[in-house]
Ligand binder design. Structure first.
Ligand code: DI6
Ligand code: FE
Length: 409
């Protein structure tokens, strides 16, 4: 047996479905070769010493090992901040009022358009590093603060570069239909034309987008407009996902499921009657408790219905300067439990197995199993529930990215 790395005496939360809670394997070992998991099993079945050739053996001392965490919904490439809006909201203005007055997403658009690629990279990198400190090995990053071809592509190039300057796997989503840029004021359909005929094709041709997203909302775009964006995505062979039912119910989730969307995200106002459709199309429900918390929402997503119908639930940071200035994914596990009533096991599945499904990469990452990429975290914890239980603790001890350990960020 020639292995690159062997972790022994571990408690493995494999997160494989349908087995023990958390797919837990006690007194276990895990071997890595060529960046993938080569062997996994109980210590008692580990091949004898004289049959194993491995230069790098780590005794985990009974501590917990999980798949690397996956943050499947972020807007972490942007310039500037919106602390002032936070103040405005606490002085009585609503998120929608601020957006209507030209603040909100549009103020980040101005800052992002004005920032060159290096500046954007420099401002975004610390956010990714903070996510890495929570054991994140895969992150999805959206465009949506450029709102013209050049600036949207610039954002996506920065997202790709973040995947080059760090060991994190980056998946990108083109979110041209995020907000109406000021130059298209009063002409949303003309902007959607531009998204479909110029912006999306440019991003696709430069191989900058792994998926296409849109914001279906009163302050965003109508289902009819989103449908046109989805058709353009389909014509390019790109999978879709959707910000749906965050502030009102426009039945965007139903539209998205009809396009076999990878995920529908937010969902506070999702009608429980629409949930079976998500199950039928294998569309993941991505819950974003950071935005719910920061906007002090009171309408809860229909968790019971999602659970009853077996819709996979993911949790993400929604890291963005407006509704969720969050760069701590473990905190989202805690909020998913305390605010939405998820179990700690559902919360962990939400940033591993189900988050991988929401990105269409469940065959590569999200569980510990032979053949999967060796994205692993060793925690300063023994019980998997601790990951959702503690608040503000940095429990991540060691991370392997495709079998490689890099110095702590
Ligand atoms: N929903 C969100 O939560 C973010 N975008 C979206 O469509 C918020 C983006 C922002 O406020 O900057
Ligand atoms: Fe979002």
């Amino acid at each position: 047996m020639n292995w690159d790395t062997l972790w022994i005496n571990a408690r493995l939360a494999t997160m494989t479905a349908g087995s023990a809670p958390y797919g837990l394997m006690e007194d276990a070992a895990l071997a890595v070769q060529g960046g993938v998991i080569a062997w996994i099993g109980p210590m008692s079945e580990l091949p004898a010493d004289d049959r194993v050739n491995c230069p790098d053996v780590l005794d985990c001392g009974g501590r917990l090992v999980s798949p690397g965490l996956i943050d499947c919904h972020t807007h972490l490439v942007y310039a500037g901040d919106r602390a002032q809006e936070f103040e405005l909201r606490l002085n009585g203005a609503s998120y929608e009022e601020i957006a209507a007055a030209g603040g909100g997403i549009k103020s980040t658009v101005n800052a992002t358009r004005a920032a060159d690629e290096e500046t954007l990279l420099e401002q975004s990198l610390p956010r990714l590093r903070r996510l890495m400190a929570d054991g994140v090995t895969t992150v999805e990053i959206k465009s949506g603060y450029g709102l013209n071809t050049e600036a949207e592509c610039r954002m996506l190039r920065v997202a790709r570069r973040l995947g080059e300057v760090t060991p994190v796997t980056v998946r990108t989503s083109f979110l041209g239909a995020h907000a109406l840029p000021p130059e298209y004021m009063g002409r949303p359909d003309a902007y959607i034309d531009q998204v479909c005929t110029d912006m999306l094709p440019a991003a696709a041709e430069a191989d900058l987008a792994d998926a296409v997203d849109a914001f279906c909302e009163g302050i965003g775009f109508t289902p009819a407009q989103v449908e046109r964006v989805f058709q353009a995505a389909r014509a390019r062979g790109l999978p879709v996902k959707l910000h749906a039912e965050q502030l009102s119910n426009l039945r965007g989730a139903v539209l998205a499921a009809g396009f076999d969307a990878l995920s529908v995200d937010h969902l506070e106002f999702l009608d429980p009657a629409d949930v079976p459709l998500l199950a039928a199309h294998d569309t993941v429900a991505v819950l974003l408790p950071g935005a719910f918390y920061c906007l002090r929402e009171t309408q809860l997503p229909p968790i019971d219905a999602l659970r009853q119908h077996g819709v996979p639930m993911a949790i993400a940071s929604d890291s963005n300067p407006g509704s969720s200035p969050v760069t701590a994914l473990l905190l989202m596990l805690n909020m998913g439990c305390t605010l939405f009533g998820l179990t700690p096991e559902e919360a962990l599945a939400g940033v591993t197995r189900n988050a991988a499904t929401a990105l269409g990469i469940a065959d590569e990452v999200g569980t510990l199993a032979p053949g999967k990429r060796a994205d692993l975290v060793l925690w300063r914890a023994t019980s998997p529930a601790e990951l959702a239980y503690r608040i503000g603790d940095l429990m991540c001890d060691k991370v392997l990215y495709a079998g490689r350990q890099v110095p702590a960020p």
